[in-house]
Design a protein around this ligand. Structure first.
Ligand code: ATP
Length: 454
C-alpha cells in the first residue's frame, strides 16, 4: 500500500491503540476519531474510502450499542464506505452481525498489523473499482458509452474513433477476437454524419464462400437456381450508411478483386445484372488476422489492403489492458445480476485474483460469458473463484515465483557485473552496491562460487 491519497478513518477510543494503528497504517492518509460523534464529523470532512472501527465506543466501551449505531450511520451517510469492524477476541457473534449490516469485514483484537493492512488494501481496491464503475455508468450515454475501459491505450482509441468519425476515411480495426471491434465500428457509425442511416454488418468468415458474393452484391431474379426474386446485397442496403466488413481477412481472393473494384468505382453490379448501381457507403473493416502476413503469404491482396486500411486502429488484447478485466467483471456481474433479478453481487477476493491471473484468450467476450455463468452459479451475494470456473492461482506458489523471479534477476545482475569486472569481486561489489562478504554469499548461493579472498 503506497498510495498516500487513500484516506483511512480509524475509530478507536484507546489512545495507545489509536497511536499504534496510525503508525502501522502510515501508508494511508490516516485520520482518527475516538467516539461516534467525532467519527461522523471526520467522515463528513474527509470522506474516507475505508474505516476501521472498534465496536466498543464511549460512553459505554464495554457495550457494542454505540459501535453498531455508528456503523449504521456511516453506511447511511456514505454507503460505499468499506467499514472494517474490530471486535473482541471471542466476539464472533457481533462480528457476523456487523457484516450482516453491511460492514466490509471484521478483525478480532489483538490483530496482526500485516493481515489488517492486507484487508485494508483490499477494501481500498474494491472501493476504487466500485467508484470507477459508477463513474463510467454515469457518463452521458454516448455512442461509445457501452465500451468500458480505463486503460490509457483503449481510452486513446476511443478518442481516435471520435476524431475519425466525421472524416470519410476507411478504417481497419485490427485486434484479437472479442476485443470490441464491432462495438468500436458501431460507435464510429453512431458518431458520424451517417448516424441516421443504416449500419450493416457482414461477417465474411461466417458465410460460406459460395454465398458470400450474393450476400455482398445481391442478385437479379433468375441469376441462378433459387434466385426467385431480385435481392439487394449488403453493400446496397448500406447505401448512405456504414458497411462493416467483419473478418475481412477471410474474404476469398476472387471476392477481394470484386470488392476492390467496388472501392475504386463505388458502383456495384448485382449477380446476373447489367446495371451499374452507384452506392455511397462508408467502409469499416475488422479482422483478428495479421493482414500483412497474409499479403506476404499471397492470400490477401496488397492493393485491397491499402484501400481498406486508410487508417489502421490496433486494439489491445484484454490481458494488455491494465485493470480492465476486473472493471469489466464488476460491470458484467451487476448487469447480469439485474437481468436475472438478483440482488447486486460482489466478487470475492479469490474471484478477483483468478480474474487478474487469467490470460483471457477470448478477450471481453470470454469474460462476458464467464460472468454470465458465475452469476447463475453464485450462491448468496458473492461470486467466488469456483463460480467463475477459472483456475485459482495458488498464493503460496505466487510467493515462490516471486522469490524465483528475484533470484533470477539477482543472479543475472551478479553474472553480468562479474563478467564485466573480469571476476574482480571488490569492483563488482562496488558496482552492485553490496559489501564484499554479501557478494561472496550471493556467488555461493547461485553456484558461481569464488573462494573468499581469492
Ligand atoms: N470494452 C468493452 N466494454 C463492454 N463490453 C465490451 C467491451 N468490449 C467488448 N465488449 C463486449 O464483448 C463482446 C465482444 O465484442 P465485439 O463483438 O465488439 O468484439 P469483436 O472484436 O468484434 O469480436 P470478433 O472479432 O470475434 O467479432 C460484445 O458482447 C461486446 O458488447
Amino acid at each position: 500500500m503506497s498510495d498516500k491519497q487513500r484516506t483511512l478513518l480509524i475509530v478507536e477510543d484507546d489512545p495507545a491503540l489509536q497511536k499504534q494503528m496510525r503508525w502501522a497504517l502510515d501508508a494511508c492518509d490516516t485520520v482518527v476519531a475516538g467516539d461516534r460523534e467525532s467519527a461522523i464529523a471526520q467522515l463528513r470532512k474527509h470522506e474516507p474510502a475505508v474505516v476501521t472501527m472498534d465496536l466498543g465506543l464511549p460512553p459505554a466501551p464495554d457495550d457494542v450499542t454505540e459501535g453498531f449505531r455508528l456503523l449504521r450511520e456511516i453506511l447511511t451517510l456514505a454507503p460505499d464506505t468499506k467499514v472494517i469492524v474490530l471486535t473482541g477476541q471471542h466476539d464472533r457473534e457481533n462480528a457476523v452481525k456487523a457484516v450482516g449490516m453491511g460492514a466490509y469485514d471484521f478483525f478480532a483484537k489483538p490483530f496482526e498489523p500485516e493481515l489488517l493492512i492486507l484487508t485494508i488494501d483490499r477494501a481500498f481496491r474494491m472501493h476504487d473499482l466500485q467508484m470507477e464503475n459508477a463513474r463510467l455508468s454515469a457518463l452521458q450515454a454516448g455512442p461509445l458509452s457501452g465500451l468500458l475501459t480505463r486503460d490509457p491505450a483503449m481510452l486513446k482509441i476511443c478518442r481516435t474513433i471520435e476524431k475519425l468519425a466525421s472524416a470519410s476515411v476507411t478504417v481497419a480495426l485490427l485486434g484479437e477476437s472479442g476485443t470490441g471491434k464491432e462495438i468500436l465500428a458501431r460507435g464510429l457509425h453512431a458518431l458520424s454524419p451517417r448516424a441516421n442511416e443504416r449500419f450493416v454488418a457482414i461477417n465474411c468468415a461466417a458465410i460460406p464462400d459460395a454465398l458470400l458474393e450474393s450476400e455482398l452484391f445481391g442478385y437479379e431474379k433468375g441469376a441462378f437456381t433459387g434466385a426467385v426474386k431480385q435481392t439487394q446485397g449488403k453493400i446496397e442496403t448500406a447505401h448512405r450508411g456504414t458497411l462493416f466488413l467483419d473478418e475481412i481477412g477471410d474474404l476469398p481472393l476472387p471476392l477481394q478483386a470484386k470488392l476492390l473494384r467496388f472501392l475504386q468505382e463505388r458502383c456495384i453490379e448485382r449477380i446476373g445484372g447489367r446495371e451499374e448501381i452507384p452506392v455511397d457507403v462508408r467502409i469499416v473493416c475488422a479482422t483478428h488476422r495479421d493482414l500483412k502476413a497474409q499479403i506476404h503469404a499471397g492470400v490477401f491482396r496488397e492493393d485491397l489492403y491499402y484501400r481498406l486500411a486508410e487508417i489502421v486502429v490496433e486494439i489491445p488484447a484484454l490481458r494488455e489492458r491494465e485493470g480492465d478485466a476486473t472493471l469489466l467483471a464488476h460491470a458484467f456481474a451487476q448487469r447480469f445480476a439485474r437481468d436475472n433479478a438478483r440482488r447486486s453481487l460482489v466478487l470475492a477476493d479469490d474471484a478477483l485474483s483468478a480474474i487478474e491471473a487469467h490470460r483471457w484468450p477470448g478477450n471481453v467476450r470470454e469474460l462476458e460469458n464467464c460472468m454470465k455463468r458465475a452469476v447463475i452459479m453464485a450462491e448468496g451475494d458473492c461470486i467466488t473463484a469456483a463460480d467463475l470456473g477459472l483456475q485459482t492461482p495458488d498464493e503460496s506458489l505466487e510467493h515462490l515465483n516471486l522469490r524465483q523471479v528475484r533470484d533470477e534477476a539477482e543472479r543475472g545482475a551478479v553474472l553480468k557485473v562479474m563478467a564485466r569486472t573480469n571476476g574482480n569481486v571488490a569492483r563488482a561489489a562496488e558496482i552492485l552496491g553490496v559489501s564484499r562478504p554479501s557478494l561472496y554469499d550471493l556467488l555461493g548461493r547461485f553456484g558461481l562460487k569464488k573462494e573468499n579472498g581469492s
